[in-house]
Design a protein around this ligand. Sequence first.
Ligand SMILES: Nc1ncnc2c1ncn2[C@@H]1O[C@H](COP(=O)(O)OP(=O)(O)OP(=O)(O)O)[C@@H](O)[C@H]1O
Ligand SMILES: [Mg+2]
Length: 418
Amino acid sequence: MGLVIFLMGACWSNRIKAVSPSNTGFTSRSVSRSGYDTNSNSRNSSASIPATPRSEGEILQSSNLKSFSYSDVRAATRNFRPDSVLGEGGFGSVFKGWIDEHSLAATKPGIGMIVAVKRLNLDGFQGHKEWLAEINYLGQLQHPNLVKLIGYCFEDEHRLLVYEFMPKGSVENHLFRRGSFFQPLSWSLRLQIALGAARGLAFLHSTEPKVIYRDFKTSNILLDTKYNAKLSDFGLARDGPTGDKSHVSTRVMGTRGYAAPEYLATGHLTAKSDVYSFGVVLLEMISGRRAIDKNQPSGEHNLVEWAKPYLSNKRRVFRVMDPRLEGQYSNNRAHAAATLALQCLSMEPKCRPNMDEVVKALEQLQDSKDTQKKRSDHKEHHRMHGSGLGRPASGKGSVDAPRKASAYPRPSASLLHA
Ligand SMILES: Nc1ncnc2c1ncn2[C@@H]1O[C@H](COP(=O)(O)OP(=O)(O)OP(=O)(O)O)[C@@H](O)[C@H]1O
Ligand SMILES: [Mg+2]
């Protein structure tokens, strides 16, 4: 079916090791959350523009966002009731709340529209910076694949953000949480989600100046009722290089396991850094494994390092595929998705496709009529996983229960969606 998509030719290096993040200020989850960009030690410092070039007042005034009072958000969340917590992140908790869709005033539960309220634990000055960056970007940018920011609260020490509610939560929850609430995503839903998220990034990279997202990961991809993907969390985003500059120089920030190796090594940030992170997420989606997972056998903790040798080999790519997807895709499609991930993960940024090319490749993959799955595909798959219990293809939206519980890490502690 001619599904193998070579966007950039075979120019990736396959023997370069990932750069250790040990000297970059990474924490196990997020990098330098307490820090912020600096333009220091850059030869091109004049090319580095601050993430929030406008003043705080300008940003808050020019956005078309509602300014909520603290008593508004407190009422909307019923005083931040613990049982309305949707999730927890590096900056604090996210609560479910209710507001009137026209006046945006707080309402009783069940009346009006549901919103997600993110309350920042103000850990000094820097939480404020990220809060402002979110308003700066989401106050200006609108796209079907970006989460909608409705408003903010800026009162005394309080810093909150009010978003449209994304009923299906994060892709992270669906891929890695166990339990009856989160059934495994089918192959076609994974493709749909990858395509939506790719469109969101492609949009950011198409703006002038382009926006580099810098924190692309499964927990920042949220899903609406129809599993449309939307990017959230612009706290680390920043403007890309302008004029003839090739990159901006920044302090290294992001999340461990997702940041591009050249960015880790040099602090030079380009749109291709986002493409690398997209490759990591695509690999997580086809494998069902976390980018970094200490629960995997030794030698398999780092997903990219472990999976890379298998991705380029059509016969061995099944080693990487999520066993919960068994029977839902053909050899060709698996290979095409793996090839795309591998290209995004090229050590050499120039060899990575741009996000428009990634979108095209995923559209092609999604559109392809791939009904004639060969029996041999399945046989090979079963052999690779040591299982003879294959099921017939279950089609779109299927939620086959996982049979290999041991293959999946326990989720890190966090609250589930209410
Ligand atoms: N608009 C929303 N609608 C529904 N749930 C949301 C929304 N925004 C966030 N959440 C939930 O809250 C969780 C926490 O989000 P948050 O962005 O604070 O942290 P995170 O992305 O998990 O981690 P990090 O701090 O590293 O970015 C998300 O994973 C998601 O489950
Ligand atoms: Mg987030």
